[in-house]
Design a protein around this ligand. Structure first.
Ligand code: NAP
Length: 194
């Protein structure tokens, strides 16, 4: 498959981290393809449509979180593109690596939902880990970009006591992975490393 080096697809592009990534790559003069529920691309229900759109993109960002959508789409990308020089950044979360996640925000974020969120991100991180071993000898690259709390709609009123990253800073981390001459497997980003 012939990929366009300067074409980037961002799933979950209309707000927050995804929007910051789109803005950064527009500034870099890339052809930016944004997909979200609001323009007809639901990460869970429209995966075939999304796969069609990304098939010639050199860069892909699996940003939106919805159920196990990031994981199932990543598996399909691996199935179809392992012999393409495609670079895929997956936005995971420190909620998926903490031994004991901070469940103190129960009143605002339903506890069940948050426990599920942590489990899903954990499963995703483990899969990326295993996949990266598989990909050592293949052209496809997958990066785990793992932010701590970021100031977006998703965290409005939550974790007010913690320093929050800006969405732009996460976008910079994504571009570092894509543009580095090193193979950056995982980047954990925190405002003030604890
Ligand atoms: N904010 C944080 O503190 C933080 C920390 C660590 C990791 N993360 C991760 O970073 C990613 C982005 O978070 P964010 O804070 O930027 O979220 P956000 O501000 O809520 O934005 C979410 C984006 O995803 C799209 N989206 C939501 N559901 C979708 C679906 N089912 N299919 C397609 N697109 C969908 C939304 O657009 P539509 O509504 O139009 O679909 C929107 O563009 C997520 O994977 C999240 O888990 C966030």
């Amino acid at each position: 498959m012939n990929l366009e080096k300067n074409k980037i697809a961002v799933i979950g592009h209309s707000r927050g981290i995804g929007k910051a990534i789109c803005d950064l790559y527009k500034k870099k003069k890339y052809n930016v393809v944004g997909m979200s529920k609001s323009n007809g691309f639901d990460l869970v229900h429209d995966q075939e449509k999304i796969l069609e759109k990304i098939q010639d993109c050199g860069l892909v960002v699996l940003n939106a979180h919805a159920d196990r959508g990031q994981l199932t789409l990543l598996k399909k990308i691996y199935g179809r593109h392992s012999f393409d020089k495609m670079k895929v950044a997956v936005i995971t979360s420190t909620s998926g690596i903490e031994e004991e996640p901070d469940y103190n925000e129960f009143q605002i974020w339903d506890k069940f939902e948050y426990v599920q969120y942590c489990e899903i991100k954990k499963e995703l991180i483990q899969y990326i880990n295993e996949l990266q071993e598989e990909l050592i000898s293949k052209p496809l690259s997958v990066y785990d970009v793992c932010p701590d709390v970021v100031d977006t709609d998703m965290t409005k009123g939550l974790w007010e006591n913690l320093p929050k990253l800006k969405a732009d800073e996460v976008a910079e981390a994504v571009s570092y992975c894509f543009e580095s001459t090193f193979n950056v497997n995982k980047m954990v980003i925190q405002k003030n490393a604890r």
